[in-house]
Design a protein around this ligand. Structure first.
Ligand code: NDP
Length: 434
């Protein structure tokens, strides 16, 4: 705490991991002897930089850029960029720290990192977003590379921003190094299913949790928070598997649509028009209503899939969900449930899939994008989706097996933290004191 004052989210993320891995440290004294915990909590490198740019009125704007290169024991640093006014070092470090274990859990050769800026893309013209991305990359380019650090998207950074960032990287370096960033469009090195991967992957993970309890999505009432990349493709896949998503949200409120969210209309409003959810409700008509300024977690459901942002499900929200009949939670977002919320779910026997495991499909498919870029190949949608499904099933199996091994059957939080930690810690031991 004294070393990293004020970084509340980072402290929360570290505490959660440390609480789970006590039994591993007991079994493996070599981890403590070589100070793995102290080393793993200290980023290998942190970069903070100025991002100057000019808005449409000709006024100069200054934002702050971040890249935290947390751990490269398993491979090049890998993790997204977030553009949101709430971004500061504590958020980037929490995301980077989570990313280390998540990436370990995928079994793929990727280390952990994260970055972003306090830039707010909301209300900015496309030209302003482009100028910002170009200025951001003008500093970032010297720190990244296909063998060093490979960023991707996150909140506020979708395919459009990735395109602008890659364009500037290519221009500065004179290298068509498509493996330097993932989440690219299909016409310039992107991979099938990357856009859908986090939402689809989270849905596959929840499907496995339901299967382990002898049930399925079929006919289940589902609530998804957010209306961005992760939320949209979660809603799409849940509907394909027979579930009914009755509500989703954005920062202005939520929409309740008892007939099931119309994904095509949602994509039109959010991805094409970049509009707000009240516009969805107006155009959908029928039973759809927009509820401004309230939390979507007041809507009862059997499956909850938080896909917006950190700490969005409080202890009280979790109690409301449990009372409303919630039996499973899949975290599409990173750390969307507060520690009190997690406790409520676990004590109530809810199947709780933590983000590190449930949303790992996004970064896993990014690693597949790197693989296709490296071999100048591109795979079909069907093959890529099957790879994603296999990866999610494997993560689910390993979480359960590890939780069993440590005497905590059904505890996906412990299973994910322990399995991810062991992989990274073993690699760090093997690489020596570096
Ligand atoms: P997007 O920017 O596409 O969408 C984010 C959505 O969440 C928007 O609907 C946004 O509403 C809402 N939201 C964001 N911040 C807040 C807030 N403070 N309060 C209320 N609503 C908010 O981001 P993604 O879908 O890519 O990311 C969502 C989550 O998933 C994040 O936690 C991210 O870290 C995580 N994630 C993303 C991955 C990916 O592949 N994209 C991979 C793994 C995890 P509004 O537009 O009104 O701000």
């Amino acid at each position: 705490l004294r070393r990293n004052p004020g970084e509340i989210e980072f402290h929360q993320a570290v505490r959660e991991v440390l609480e789970s891995i006590g039994p591993v440290l007991g079994k493996h004294p070599e981890y403590a002897e070589s100070k793995i915990i102290e080393r793993i909590c200290e980023p290998e490198r942190q970069i903070i930089f100025r991002v100057p740019w000019e808005d449409d009125q000709g006024e100069v704007q200054i934002n702050r850029g971040f890249r935290v290169e947390f751990n490269s024991a398993l491979g090049p640093y890998k993790g997204g960029l977030r553009f949101h006014p709430s971004v500061y070092l504590g958020i980037v470090k929490f995301l980077g720290f989570e990313q280390i274990f998540k990436n370990g859990l995928t079994g793929l050769p990727i280390g952990g990192g994260k970055g972003g800026s306090d830039f707010d893309p909301k209300g900015r013209s496309e030209r302003e977003v482009m100028r910002f991305c170009q200025s951001f990359m003008t500093e970032l380019y010297r720190h990244i590379g296909e063998y060093t650090d490979v960023p991707a998207g996150d909140i506020g950074v979708g395919q459009r921003e990735v395109g602008f960032l890659f364009g500037q990287y290519k221009r500065i370096t004179n290298r068509y190094e498509s493996g330097v960033i993932t989440g690219k469009g299909l016409s310039y090195g992107g991979a099938q299913v990357r856009t859908e991967a986090t939402g689809y992957g989270c849905t596959f993970f929840v499907e496995e949790m339901l299967k382990a309890r002898g049930t399925s999505f079929d006919g289940k009432r589902v609530v998804v928070s957010g209306a961005g990349n992760v939320a949209i493709y979660t809603i799409e896949k849940v509907a394909q598997l027979g579930g009914v998503v009755v509500a989703c949200s954005d920062s202005s409120g939520y929409v309740l649509d008892e007939g099931g969210i119309d994904v095509a209309l949602l994509k039109q409003v959010k991805q094409v028009e970049r509009g707000r959810l009240d516009s969805y409700a107006k155009r959908r008509g029928g039973e759809a209503v927009f509820v401004p300024g309230r939390s979507v977690w007041e809507v009862s459901c059997e499956v909850a899939m938080p896909s917006a942002t950190q700490n969005e499900i409080t202890g009280r929200d979790a109690e409301t969900l449990v009372r409303g009949g919630c039996v499973a939670v899949g975290e599409g977002a990173n750390m969307p449930t507060t520690p009190e919320g997690v406790r409520v779910f676990q004590e109530a026997g809810v199947a709780f899939g933590p983000g590190k495991a449930a949303n790992a499909g996004g970064v896993a498919t990014s690693a597949l994008e790197m693989q296709q870029n490296a071999s100048r190949d591109s795979w079909s949608f069907e093959y890529s989706e099957q790879r994603l499904r296999d990866i999610m099933t494997d993560i689910h199996t390993r979480c359960l097996a590890t939780a069993d091994e440590y005497g905590m059957p059904g505890d996906y939080v412990a299973g994910a933290n322990i399995d991810g930690f062991r992989r990274v810690a073993d690699a760090m031991l093997a690489l020596g004191l570096v």
